[in-house]
Design a protein around this ligand. Structure first.
Ligand code: GLU
Length: 303
């Protein structure tokens, strides 16, 4: 298999793609991003890197950060975290409050916003937000083996100014005794974690610990790697998770910045980015590119 040629071809195809989706506009700073961009980076277990397009342009990882905070929270408090958040796909939009009411403040999973707020709240646990953000950044940098990864303060501030739904979710969690810290602190920390910027090359590098196997960096136990992948597969694309599993067949986590991290267990870590989103809030071209890649390589967890 000529992976270099496959990746190059995807780059050409995506550059010519007519339907590029719509850039998220509910966070004003994200709305300014040029929708014509596309980047892809693939890192294989044997240490090879393949990339095309804008793979070295930084973008806002947004909800992809939730994979790293979940790994961190599980390392900190282990399975006890599951008393506060579930492990089922929600079938609802990423920022929905509906189920939180009927399910008594226990979010369906750690990748919808309500669940991610609980995870961030668990890591925060009385520490100053600055310290917790330092810890999150250290984890991401260690995973990527690259210290040049930072939070974009303008994106964080933009979400601070507009993140009323997330605040509503946090208050709702508090009303159900499922928030430890003041909502402002948990939300502030969450907004900043979402504003971490990375390139596709850095993100693919940071995702290698999720490949598992003898060549992957060992940041968490193999059992936890399997579980993180299971959650990415079932819940990583919000109410589009079933469609992504059907079309791509790989665990993946998307963000409204247009990034997707996908894992081929034992074989590769893939990061793709294109800012235009489909109707479910997942990258339009990013999804298409990983679908092409999975088809051309035969990569799928379903054989
Ligand atoms: N910061 C975004 C929010 O909370 C993240 C959403 C996403 O990437 O899906 O609305």
């Amino acid at each position: 298999m000529d992976l270099a040629a496959i990746v190059q071809q995807i780059g050409y195809d995506m550059a010519a793609a007519p339907h590029r989706g719509v850039v998220a506009d509910y966070i004003p700073e994200l709305k300014r991003v040029d929708p014509s961009q596309f980047g892809l980076a693939v890192m294989t277990a044997d240490g090879q890197t393949y990339h095309c397009g804008d793979a070295d342009v930084r973008f806002s990882i947004q909800s992809v950060s939730k994979v790293f905070t979940l790994a961190l929270a599980l390392g900190r408090m282990g399975d006890q975290l599951w008393t506060r958040v579930g492990r089922e796909p929600s079938g609802h939009a990423f920022n929905s409050i509906l189920q939180l009411e009927t399910e008594h403040g226990i979010p369906r999973n750690p990748f919808i916003n309500a669940g991610a707020l609980v995870v961030t709240d668990a890591i925060l646990a009385g520490h100053p937000p600055r310290e917790t953000l330092g810890e999150i950044l250290r984890f991401v940098r260690a995973a990527a083996g690259d210290d040049n990864i930072h939070i974009n303060p303008d994106v964080a501030q933009s979400e601070e100014q507009t993140g009323h739904r997330n605040r509503a979710l946090a208050h709702f969690l508090l009303a159900n005794a499922n928030l430890i810290n003041p909502p402002e602190l948990t939300c502030g920390t969450y907004f900043h974690q979402c504003a971490i910027e990375m390139t596709c090359l850095q993100l693919a590098q940071a995702g290698r610990f999720l490949m598992g196997g003898p060549n992957a960096p060992r940041l968490v136990s193999p059992e936890r790697v399997r579980r993180l992948n299971a959650l990415m597969m079932t819940c990583g694309h919000y109410d589009g998770s079933g469609e992504f599993a059907f079309r791509v067949g790989l665990p993946g986590k998307s963000g409204v910045g247009g990034g997707i991290l996908a894992i081929v267990p034992g074989r590769a870590s893939i990061a793709v980015w294109s800012p235009g989103l489909n109707e479910r809030g997942n990258s339009q071209l990013g999804t298409l590119a990983i679908e092409h890649l999975a088809r051309a390589t035969g990569w799928s967890v379903f054989g």
